[in-house]
Design a binder for this molecule. Structure first.
Ligand code: F6R
Length: 604
């Protein structure tokens, strides 16, 4: 979603801001802009559409500015237009904003009745106008920021620059924000994502909600100050080194980040198991030995929710512990029954998904423990959790999540084995090794049969993914992956559920991607027969050498399920990832940045 990058220092702000915004492009946006200080005036350059549009406008001017703020916008309030792009500014201030101001429309009405004029349809401009109004009353920037922030409701992050100084101000409520500092080069940064600051700011600060941060570049060093909203000094922030690396920013030999990330999975599985079974992560898992919760409340969104469905199965079947898994946007409003000793477990790649964070907050209010399975160390989810289980997937750039899903599930599986006290069981290690080996085999041959199948089916009208038991979440995940990157209608169903409605859709233009594991084989096969009888096109993913059933399928993808009693769904899922990828490629879609989607959904 929206991205923010700000800079103040002796150099030209344009370079780091555009580089930072480029790194955040993968998150999804529809317009971009920058505010620079040129000849002592705040000058805003912005343009709807891709960042390249903004870059060409800037390159015509060759500007040099010691301070600047940049933004990529993902429209919420107001259409995709240049006027609605950020920054929003006037003769005093320029502001960039991520999030939503919930009371914007009533505030706007009031401000208009007081004579203020708005140049855009955005909620963000309301903050600028409030800030300006209070500044005109007080002449104090910090006080005006605080007053404006106290007037608005909703979750937001703001970065502000002013005409009169080269200071960067920022603050937030339940939205990601990071302040960066490079004392050696005397440069101050701010961003909505530490990834934008890799290689620029070795030291990072994470202010908590309602803390104003003021960065000033002095002759000898960068001064970063924190204030509460009553303007007393604040210590409500965390400091850490920037641990991210730049490796993930290139595609290497791959055509798309998604393809690269699919191929990274075997190596990452090996690393994660080494980390948790034999390395530093072991002590984190040891802490779970014998752990019992009367109820696990798993919440997540999208692909991470599918990972939750898998993890619930492990907790229930391996640990015989009760677990519920809910879509975060539902859980947060359902007045969930939460009792002492229970645990909220939040699954998120970014650690910044607004609905998931709201569930975490809700559990904290009810004083139950909060655990996370998360990729981004230092994210809001990470910082606020009682215990974190990192998935160590590295930066995931493809908007469609692939490697993060695999590693979320694997982390949940290791947690389950840790509770059972099984971490030293050699069978556990060898099952994980086998998984990585089998996935590597699929990766090595993905340009063969999987591409051929994709070529045969990509133009069909619709796709129904089916699976039973542990393969049901994978059916949902396979369908989600296909719909998001290939823009075709795809649904996942429990195979036994087909005849209760969706079978009405089946005809010769509908493809059934049927996952047929060795478990409940005959029952799942009979569901395939039902589709066959209605002339559906069948792609069956099943045990190899199952000749008696191969004929049932139009296309049969045989896999070796042996030795993967708990992890075979992750193996099958990689086949689905490749199918989605090849189908999307044949359709010519924007695979890494599918339309309408954002990598990190920081609004409700
Ligand atoms: C789908 C996808 C999304 C995310 C969802 C949650 O490929 O990536 O469905 O899984 O938006 O995001 P995180 O995991 O960052 O909380």
């Amino acid at each position: 979603m929206c991205g923010i990058v700000g800079y103040s220092g002796p150099g030209n702000s344009v370079g780091p801001i555009l580089e930072g915004l480029t790194r955040l492009e993968y998150r999804g946006y529809d317009s971009a802009g920058i505010c620079l200080k040129l000849n002592g005036q705040l000058e805003i350059i912005k343009k709807e559409g891709k960042l390249d549009n903004l870059k060409s406008l800037i390159s015509e001017k060759h500007p040099f500015s010691n301070i600047g703020i940049g933004h990529t916008r993902w429209a919420t309030h107001g259409g995709v237009t240049t006027d609605n792009a950020h920054p929003h500014g006037n003769e005093l201030f320029a502001v960039v904003h991520n999030g939503i101001i919930e009371n914007a429309s009533s505030l706007k009405k009031e401000l208009i009745s007081e004579g203020y004029v708005f140049k855009s349809q955005t909620d963000s401009e309301v903050f600028l106008v409030l800030l300006t109004k209070y500044f005109k009353q007080t002449g104090q920037t910090l006080q005006s920021i605080s007053k404006a922030f106290n007037t608005i409701s909703g979750n937001s992050a703001f970065v502000i620059m002013e005409k009169s100084t080269d200071k960067l101000y920022c603050l937030k409520r339940s939205a990601p924000l990071v302040v960066g500092e490079n004392d050696e080069t005397r440069e101050a940064y701010v961003s909505s994502d530490p990834f934008a600051l890799v290689g620029y700011a070795p030291k990072l600060y994470f202010p908590q909600d309602g803390v104003i941060c003021e960065s000033t570049v002095l002759a000898t060093h960068v001064q970063v100050k924190f204030f509460e909203l009553d303007l007393t000094p604040s210590n409500r922030y965390k400091t850490q080194g920037n641990v991210m690396t730049m490796d993930s920013t290139t595609k290497g030999p791959y055509e798309h980040f998604m393809l690269k990330e699919i191929h990274e999975q075997p190596g990452l599985i090996d690393k994660l198991s080494a980390f948790y079974l034999k390395g530093e992560g072991r002590s984190v898992l040891n802490g779970l030995s014998g752990f019992q919760s009367p109820m696990w409340h798993l919440t997540a969104c999208g692909t991470a929710w599918h990972a939750g469905l898998m993890i619930r199965n492990y907790f229930e079947q391996i640990n015989r512990q009760r677990a519920s898994v809910e879509i975060a946007s539902e859980f947060r409003y359902k007045q969930p029954i939460l009792n002492k000793e229970e645990v909220g477990l939040f699954i998120s790649q970014s650690g910044e998904t607004a609905d998931t964070l709201a569930c975490q907050e809700l559990c904290q209010e009810q004083k139950i423990k909060t655990f996370s399975i998360v990729n981004v160390e230092g994210s809001t989810l990470f910082r606020n959790a009682d215990k974190n289980f990192l998935i160590h997937a590295g930066v995931e750039i493809g908007v469609a999540s692939t490697k993060a899903f695999t590693l979320q599930v694997l982390t949940g599986y290791l947690m389950s084995q840790a509770m059972k006290g099984n971490l030293d069981d050699p069978k556990l290690f060898s099952e994980i090794q086998l998984l990585s080996h089998r996935i590597a085999e699929i990766c090595a041959h993905s340009d063969g049969v999987l591409k051929e199948v994709a070529e045969k089916i990509y133009a069909q009208k619709g796709f129904i993914f089916t699976g039973r038991g542990k393969y049901f979440p994978i059916a949902l995940e396979g369908a989600l992956k296909l719909k998001e990157i290939a823009y075709v209608h795809a649904e996942g169903y429990a195979a036994g559920e087909l005849k209760h409605g969706p079978i009405a859709l089946i005809d010769e233009n509908i493809v059934n991607i049927a996952i047929v594991g060795p478990e409940l084989l005959e029952k799942t096969i009979s569901n395939v027969e039902e589709v066959k009888a209605r002339r559906g096109i069948i792609v069956m993913i099943g045990p190899k050498d199952l000749t008696e059933y191969e004929e049932l399928a139009d296309f049969y993808i045989g896999l070796n399920f042996e030795g993967l009693p708990n992890l075979s769904p992750l193996y099958v899922n990689v086949v689905l990832q490749f199918l989605a990828y090849h189908i999307a490629k044949l359709k010519g879609t924007d695979i890494d940045k599918p339309r309408n989607l954002a990598k990190s959904v920081t609004v409700e």
